[in-house]
Write a protein that binds this ligand. Structure first.
Ligand code: C2E
Ligand code: CA
Ligand code: CA
Length: 786
């Protein structure tokens, strides 16, 4: 900090000059009143300015501290001006005078300022103040015994003169104490500043005591040696003010060490006072002033002890509370949630009220963490917590169970109705995007709800959690924004009875172990390229020709059998493994395409790519490389944009898509009409193909409205120059309808289930092998279904 160093050097020079000069003048016995007075006026005004600069440069509590000290310094400067006037214009400076009133503004300002200094450990300002009073009172007792009592009994001066001359040393001791306390409890970046201020107060206190003594003897004159203390104090205040400004800009470090000195600090002088007083006859304490100080001292000691006890109690309560809170969001943690749930379940037994749980898991939270960084992820979790809190009553418990899992506990006479209402409200609150780091993020939760009715037997807390969890996974599976409520059928349908992804509640260890084990196996499977692909044919509706395939990932698991994407992609997403999985899929798919190519079958292959990966600017180069390695043309590859979350930087995504498209790769929008891919994608993103979601396809034979929408979407897509692919065609009737609507390509079990690469080869080469070549064999209906 160059500024502080410069000021410190300047201060040292001024100090040296002053000391040499005072010492020289003193040794010659000359009166140097005028110059001395002007020096004090100058320095105190300078001090006021430096304090004011510090106040302007810093913020918050520190600013308030420096404002108070600036007022103190202005008081001091005023006092100096008045004093100079008395000394120079009048022969005999009056005492006490207006100057004393101004001077005494300084201890008040500094007391307040030092108390306001931001501290680090838990001690309150009230306790600091009482410590100051205890120390000051003790010092008063000591000084009473040693100098004041003899002076007082000599009684030459008026009572007010006596009181004012006592006010200096007493107030000095109080500030000195407060400064030392503030120093001990200071935030690390202000510790040096407070050290300087404490030393400054000590210097000033020394000079003030000397002054009291000399004035009582009427032996003080400006230019006395004791002036050195004041000058040193003023200069130190100036340097401290500069350092305070500099330190605020410097990087902050936190100290974890507990400071124990403040605990015993005030008792040392108290002990001293006790010893000194005990040695004296009790009679010398029998004056009103000493009795008042004694009473104050007792009160201060009692008050301090009381504060110390309540503070400790508060601290303990705070620690206990924190043990039950999630440190990130401030919501209840798992421990508190379990407690509350257990309580609620007991109440349910007793009073037959119902208890409901709403479990929320954010979709693709991992993507936010991976693309925007963990601080953004934390910020998002906080915002999510706030939104959920905004949807519940005070009596409901909202907890974060770790990661991106939240739970709301509702126990209430009307929990059945009310919980559904809350769940819907919470879900709706996610309609608005979250703005994190300037990105607009559309985050969706999967929401599961389970209610234990007041008269339903045999539902334990663990069972209820499990049910809510199953409902949540059902919601996750359908990828809709609807709240899923637990029904007994879910249990039958849910293959993850073992609590694979579930909340490990009733048997935490086994469930955790299973989840961790599966994750480990998944990582291994990815590394060892054990994930495989099936290829579902895409068929031209007019010609019946195979026009391409869609690659669909599978995980052949040694115990669980062939796992479908719905069974392990949540895990992939959750643990940030989407990129390696996608790389694996692209490479495997292109390997298959190469094999077909070598057989003169030019079958384009489509791969699913989760939208957030498409914001990665290095993606196009990686894909081009994969194509070049196999000497394949870019036209063999189609990228299907899947997943429900497109990050705020739609620009980045558009950039990547543009690059891909320029190199000849086709872009398709997947699951159009599922509620996630919106119309705006069609306008904002460069695409070649729209894939109509099953939900827009299957019902077209019985639901006229869906049919109208499907027909309109097909027309719209054609208007935009896009190819339309209908998914999930299982019946001839649907296929016929689609042909009528002008749909271009279809995909579904009616034509073919997903096939292995060899099966695709056989199918395309076909029994009528004269057809093969660039135009694959026509495919009316898959034999593999028969
Ligand atoms: P998707 O992209 O919509 O894929 C079509 C899904 O519908 C496939 O399920 C397919 O087997 C199934 N399907 C095909 N025809 C029919 C039909 O006529 N009726 C019915 N009911 N279903 C049909 P799959 O293979 O289980 O894939 C599910 C989803 O997993 C895919 O939906 C896709 O979003 C995702 N996925 C699959 N492979 C990958 C991948 O490699 N990467 C990424 N990111 N996602 C993938
Ligand atoms: Ca797809
Ligand atoms: Ca799809």
């Amino acid at each position: 900090m160059p500024r502080t160093a410069h000021v410190a050097i300047g201060a040292a020079v001024i100090f040296t000059v002053f000391v040499v000069w005072i010492a020289g003048a003193w040794s010659h016995g000359t009166s140097i009143k005028a110059v001395n007075d002007i020096a004090f006026v100058g320095l105190s005004i300078l001090g006021a300015f430096f304090a004011a600069f510090a106040a302007r440069a810093v913020h918050g509590r520190l600013r308030a501290a420096w404002v108070a000290m600036t007022i103190g310094m202005v008081g001091w400067a005023l006092g100096e001006v008045l004093w100079a006037y008395y000394e120079l214009a009048l022969d005999e400076p009056p005492f006490p005078s207006l100057a004393d009133a101004a001077y005494l503004l300084m201890p008040v300002g500094f007391c307040v300022g030092l108390l306001l200094f931001p501290g680090e450990n838990g001690q309150s300002r009230g306790r600091t103040l009482l410590d100051g009073v205890i120390v000051a009172g003790s010092f008063f007792v000591v000084s009473w015994v040693t100098i004041l009592s003899p002076m007082y009994s000599a009684g030459s001066d008026s009572a007010s003169a006596m009181i004012i001359s006592l006010a200096y040393p007493i107030s000095d001791v109080v500030i000195l104490t407060i400064a030392a306390m503030a120093w001990l409890r200071a935030a690390r970046d202000q510790r040096l500043v407070l050290a300087m201020l404490t030393i400054a107060m000590a210097c000033i206190a020394l000079s003030d005591s000397g002054f009291t003594y000399l004035s009582a003897e009427s032996a003080y004159d400006s230019g006395d040696l004791i002036d050195i203390g004041w000058v040193a104090g003023l200069l130190l205040i100036i340097v401290a003010a500069t350092a305070s400004r500099d330190e605020v800009g410097a990087p902050k470090a936190r100290s974890a060490s507990t400071v124990w000195a403040p605990v015993w600090f005030p008792y040392t002088p108290l002990l001293l006072a006790g010893i000194v007083a005990a040695a004296e006859p009790a009679t010398i304490f029998r004056t009103p002033m000493v009795e008042i100080v004694g009473a104050l001292l007792m009160l201060a000691v009692l008050g301090r002890q009381y504060l110390a006890v309540t503070e400790n109690r508060r601290l303990l309560a705070c620690v206990a509370e924190q043990a039950l809170r999630d440190p990130l969001t401030g919501l209840a943690n798992r421990a508190m949630f379990s407690d509350r749930l257990e309580e609620a379940m007991q109440r349910r037994e007793r009073d037959h009220v119902s208890v409901a749980l709403i479990v929320l898991d954010l979709n693709d939270f991992k993507v936010v963490n991976d693309t925007l960084g963990h601080p953004a992820g934390d910020e998002l979790l906080n915002r999510v917590g706030e939104r959920i809190l905004g949807c519940v009553r005070n009596s409901d418990t909202v907890a974060r169970l770790g990661g991106d899992e939240f739970v709301v506990l509702v126990d209430d006479d009307a929990a059945d109705d009310y919980a559904g209402h809350i769940a819907a409200r919470v879900t709706k609150s996610f309609d608005k995007p979250f703005v994190i780091d300037g990105h607009e993020l559309f985050i969706r939760p999967s929401v599961g709800l389970a209610v234990a009715g007041g008269h339903e037997p045999g539902v334990s807390a663990g069972e209820l959690v499990k049910r809510a969890d199953m409902a949540m996974y059902a919601a996750k599976k359908t990828r809709t924004a609807d709240v899923h409520t637990f029904t007994p059928e879910l249990r039958v349908a849910d293959p993850r009875e073992e609590g694979l992804h579930g909340l490990p509640y009733s048997t935490p260890s086994t469930a955790d172990v299973a989840a961790v084990q599966l994750l480990g196996e998944l990582r291994q499977a990815i590394d060892a390229v054990e994930l495989t692909l099936l290829y579902q044919p895409k068929v031209d509706l007019l010609t019946g020709n195979l026009v391409g395939v869609e690659a669909l990932v599978r995980w052949p698991h040694h115990r669980r059998g062939l796992l479908s994407p719905d069974e392990f992609l949540p895990l992939v997403r959750h643990h940030g493994l989407m990129r390696p999985v996608t790389d694996l899929v692209i490479n495997t798919a292109l390997d298959a395409a190469l094999r077909w190519h070598q057989q003169e079958l030019h079958i384009p292959v489509a791969v699913n790519m989760s939208a957030p990966l498409l914001a990665d600017p290095r993606l196009p180069a990686r894909i081009r490389r994969a194509l070049a390695d196999r000497n394949l043309p870019a036209s063999v590859l189609t990228v299907e944009i899947t997943e429900d979350l497109v990050l705020g930087n739609i620009e980045g995504t558009r950039d990547v898509l543009n690059q891909l498209r320029r190199s000849g790769i086709r872009i398709a929008i997947d699951d159009f009409g599922s509620g996630y891919s919106t119309l705006s994608y069609l306008c904002e993103l460069p695409v070649d193909e729209v894939k109509l979601d099953r939900r827009l396809v299957v019902p077209i034979v019985e639901d006229a409205r869906v049919a109208t929408v499907a027909r309109a979407v097909i027309a719209l897509a054609h208007e935009l120059g896009l190819i339309v692919v209908a998914e999930g065609v299982e019946e001839a009737e649907v296929a016929a309808r689609l042909t009528e609507f002008g749909c271009d390509v279809v995909q579904g079990f009616y034509f073919s289930v997903p096939l292995s690469a060899e099966e695709v080869l056989r199918l395309a080469a076909g029994p009528t092998s004269e057809h093969h070549g660039a135009r694959p064999q026509s495919l009316e209906r898959s034999s593999s279904l028969d």
